[in-house]
Design a protein around this ligand. Structure first.
Ligand SMILES: Cc1cc2nc3c(=O)[nH]c(=O)nc-3n(C[C@H](O)[C@H](O)[C@H](O)COP(=O)(O)OP(=O)(O)OC[C@H]3O[C@@H](n4cnc5c(N)ncnc54)[C@H](O)[C@@H]3O)c2cc1C
Length: 383
């Protein structure tokens, strides 16, 4: 398919963009995906995060519609137990694997590969970073790439470009707001000196340690490695103003000395290896007002571009479901009535987005509250 044949442009080859691409592919509707990563192999920051649980009603139903549920089930991990412990390592909650079978886990890179393998290579324009998206005088939408190229002529431009969407500004003037919290993430591979002790504690499950508004999460990834996240409250500009961002050993040392002083060494030793590289994730959320938008012809948003929240375990599920809902309406209304399709999609999605943003706020308050994990568990029981 040439660029001029594509009727729908999707910006971003994350879970939302790729699921929509797959569904349009099945429906034989011409589309193109613009992705900033240089190639599938160079998946940039995408590969630097861990495992996702895919829920029956949202994520799995979208994968079913995309004809990918069987393949998903063959690579997903069922029966993954979750242990929640306090800052002293005392087990507070143990959720056995059997209770988690309705939301199996998949490594992020495996989900991306599953979706990528379901559409032709040529559907994705790799290395195409979008700089701006404009509504032109004739009402059409033009996409401006950082390489200077301008592409237009699409009937619909779908922003699936995540937290810092370039499409969002055509729909709302609201911007993501900093949640006050950060995650630092890294992988622990079998060759890591701490691997054996991590493996003996976490085994093949999820291990969530919470205390005094701080967290150490470890997730087994299925390929023998572990994903480690350290969560805490920090000022927004902490990473840019701190030398520690460039020096991982100083970062971990500081974290251990200042932030986890009251934690048992059994836990802090899990994060004390000095020579790992890590990624910093300041966590943002779009405000409620941002999902109160009026329909703009020719453009819409799916996934984090539409409703960014701090991680709650639902972000990717909502992203997949958005794609399924939008594709469903496009197929129903037909390529000549995309406006109606988008209006119906947005009517279903916006209240769901509002709920997701509310849940994100709840998580920030209770996950990072001073008296976690008790406050989190009490609030979970009430909600
Ligand atoms: C630390 C962390 C942990 C998380 N854990 C979970 C979890 O356990 N469970 C869960 O459900 N969710 C989790 N989430 C949220 C989840 O990652 C997102 O909700 C999900 O990835 C959204 O998918 P998306 O396709 O909308 O956006 P993304 O996954 O952000 O994909 C956007 C795509 O667009 C591309 N792109 C961005 N800008 C441009 C541009 N200008 N031009 C071209 N391409 C561009 C990106 O390269 C990327 O490929 C977590 C998020 C974070 C930060």
């Amino acid at each position: 398919m040439t660029l001029s044949q594509a009727r729908i442009a999707i910006i971003g080859a994350g879970p939302a963009g790729l699921t929509l691409a797959r569904l349009l592919e099945l429906a034989k509707i011409a589309y193109v995906v613009f992705e900033r990563d240089e190639s599938a192999a160079l998946a940039g920051e995408y590969s630097s995060s861990g495992t996702l649980d895919i829920h029956e009603k949202l994520g799995q139903s979208a994968l079913k519609e995309a004809g990918l549920l069987d393949k998903f089930q063959s690579i997903a991990r069922y029966d993954v137990p979750t242990r929640i412990v306090d800052a002293q390592g005392k087990v507070i909650v143990m959720i056995p694997g059997e209770s988690n079978t309705h939301k199996p886990e998949i490594a992020r890179k495996d989900l991306r590969n599953l979706l990528l393998s379901s559409i032709p290579d040529k559907a994705i324009r790799w290395g195409c970073k979008v700089e701006d998206v404009q509504k032109d005088n004739d009402g059409s939408v033009s996409i401006h790439l950082t390489n200077g190229q301008v592409v237009s002529g699409f009937l619909l431009v779908v922003g699936a470009d995540g937290a810092w969407s370039k499409v969002r500004k055509l729909i709302t003037s609201e911007k993501p707001q900093y949640s006050g919290t950060h995650f630092f993430t890294t992988f622990i591979k079998p060759e890591d000196p701490t691997y054996t002790s991590v493996a003996s504690v976490v085994e093949t499950g999820n291990y969530l340690a919470m205390g005094n508004g701080r967290q150490i999460f470890l997730h087994y990834l299925g390929d023998r490695s572990y994903h480690l996240s350290v969560g805490l409250k920090l000022p927004e500009n902490w990473t840019s103003s701190s030398m520690m961002f460039h020096d991982s050993s100083a970062l971990w040392k500081s974290l251990l000395q200042n932030e986890f002083i009251e934690w048992t060494q059994e836990l802090t030793k899990l994060i004390s290896s000095s020579n790992r590289s890590f990624r910093s994730w300041p966590l943002y959320s779009t405000p409620e007002k941002s999902v109160d938008w009026k329909h703009i012809p020719g453009v819409t948003l799916i996934g984090d571009a539409a409703h960014l929240t701090v991680p709650t375990g639902e972000g990717v599920n909502n992203a997949l479901y958005d794609s399924a809902e939008l594709a469903r309406q496009i197929i129903k209304c037909g390529i000549d009535d995309l406006d109606s399709a988008v209006i119906i999609y947005e009517k279903e999605m916006l209240p769901r987005a509002l709920k997701a943003i509310g849940k994100g706020k709840w998580y920030t308050e209770h996950f990072f509250g001073a008296d976690t994990p008790q406050s989190f568990l009490q609030a979970s029981m009430k909600s």
